[in-house]
Design a protein around this ligand. Structure first.
Ligand code: ACO
Length: 331
């Protein structure tokens, strides 16, 4: 029997309405629009309302993707949520979304791989589909960073935003056939990005809270050095695995953490500027959501043509990294 080809058949994103601009941040910490734009490429980011959470944003993007594909929630076999900002440590955000969208036949798990989460989630969805275990899997990336950002810390608060996107993965097209995914991690560098308090290592207490341990801590300069090197290596590994050259790539969707990292990757793979998807200027870094948000926008605004290959590449806390090659197919 022919192995099913895991294919992304629909994508959709959800971004909260409220915009936090660089000028707003100038009123909150010692920073400037000029510093943020030149060092990061970010001009504004979205912030969820107080009654919006990772789960509710994820449910909105999931329902929009299902509507596009004309698929009923009750027919979904599994939900994979990628997030590092879940509603709760327990239950999983996937279980909450399963209930919110009425996908009552679906298994549900959360995956935590920081900004590389979408590619880890996609890889699990692909394995489930190609093994024949499931036929319809939703991969939902959803992040409410604003609940974990210290708005007194200029090193992090200018970088992150909230948002969600979902991809429906099925056992055939039309859509984007998943050709290959490479994943990696280096736990030796774990200290470069942490939320130190609130876990079993340092359970939440008045002390952990007063020390701000429930907020994100990042060694930005060190992470920067690893980011370009790791994404370049994993993207090359992916191209080699499917026997493709750089020239075979029609679109590049890199993780959106810093415009200088994006431009460096584009340059190394000699990809023309207009073929590089950039959303960082309007949404900032939405962790695992950046790649599916960018994919949904590319699909909606530029409609890649049959046979065009997309290179997705990500990097994040852990450290984790990964790349994927997907190809537009009409059936
Ligand atoms: N406004 C003004 N000045 C600032 C700000 C700010 N918002 N933030 C830092 N500075 C200052 C610093 O204090 C420093 O001052 P000093 O020289 O007096 O000490 C100066 O600017 C330069 O700081 P650097 O950290 O060297 O700035 P850099 O050019 O490296 O930019 C940044 C910092 C944007 C964080 C960059 O290092 C970066 O993007 N790193 C990678 C982040 C990343 O890839 N994250 C992905 C993982 S995140 C995840 O997984 C969830």
């Amino acid at each position: 029997m022919k192995k099913p080809l895991a294919t992304i058949t629909a994508t959709a994103s959800y971004l909260p309405e409220r915009i936090l601009s660089n000028h707003d941040l100038e009123q909150m910490v010692e920073t400037s629009d000029e510093w943020i734009v030149t060092r990061t490429g970010i001009r504004e980011r979205r912030i969820a309302a107080s009654d919006e959470y990772a789960s509710t944003m994820g449910a909105k993007s999931a329902l929009a993707a299902l509507q596009k594909a004309n698929v009923e929630p009750g027919t979904i076999d599994a939900i994979i949520v990628t997030t590092m900002t879940p509603d709760f440590l327990c239950p999983s955000t996937a279980a909450l979304i399963q209930h919110q969208i009425g996908a009552m036949q679906a298994a549900a798990i959360d995956v935590q791989a920081a900004c590389t989460g979408f590619l880890y989630g996609l890889s699990i969805a692909r394995a489930w589909i190609e093994s024949g275990a499931y036929k319809k899997v939703l991969v939902i990336s959803t992040e409410k960073n604003s609940s974990f950002v210290d708005y007194q810390d200029r090193n992090t608060c200018v970088l992150f935003g909230d948002g969600s996107a979902a991809a429906l993965v099925e056992d055939g097209g039309p859509g984007y056939a998943i050709r290959h995914i490479c994943l990696g991690a280096d736990g030796q560098q774990a200290a470069l990005f942490t939320i130190p308090g609130g876990g079993s290592h340092s359970p939440a207490s008045s002390e952990t809270c007063s020390q701000g341990q429930h907020f994100m801590k990042m060694e930005g300069r060190e992470i920067f050095k690893h980011a370009v090197r790791r994404m370049e290596a994993s993207a090359k590994e992916c191209l080699d695995a499917v026997g493709m050259q750089e020239a075979d790539i029609s679109w590049l969707i890199p993780h959106q953490a810093n415009i200088r990292i994006i431009d460096a990757i584009a340059k190394r793979f000699a990809i023309a500027d207009e073929r590089v998807v950039r959303t960082i200027q309007k949404y900032g870094n939405t962790n695992s959501s950046t790649i599916p948000i960018a994919l949904a926008e590319l699909d909606r605004e530029h409609a890649p043509k049959e046979g065009e290959n997309l290179l997705l590449t990500a990097f994040g806390g852990g450290l984790t990294w990964g790349s994927a090659i997907i190809t537009k197919v009409s059936s």
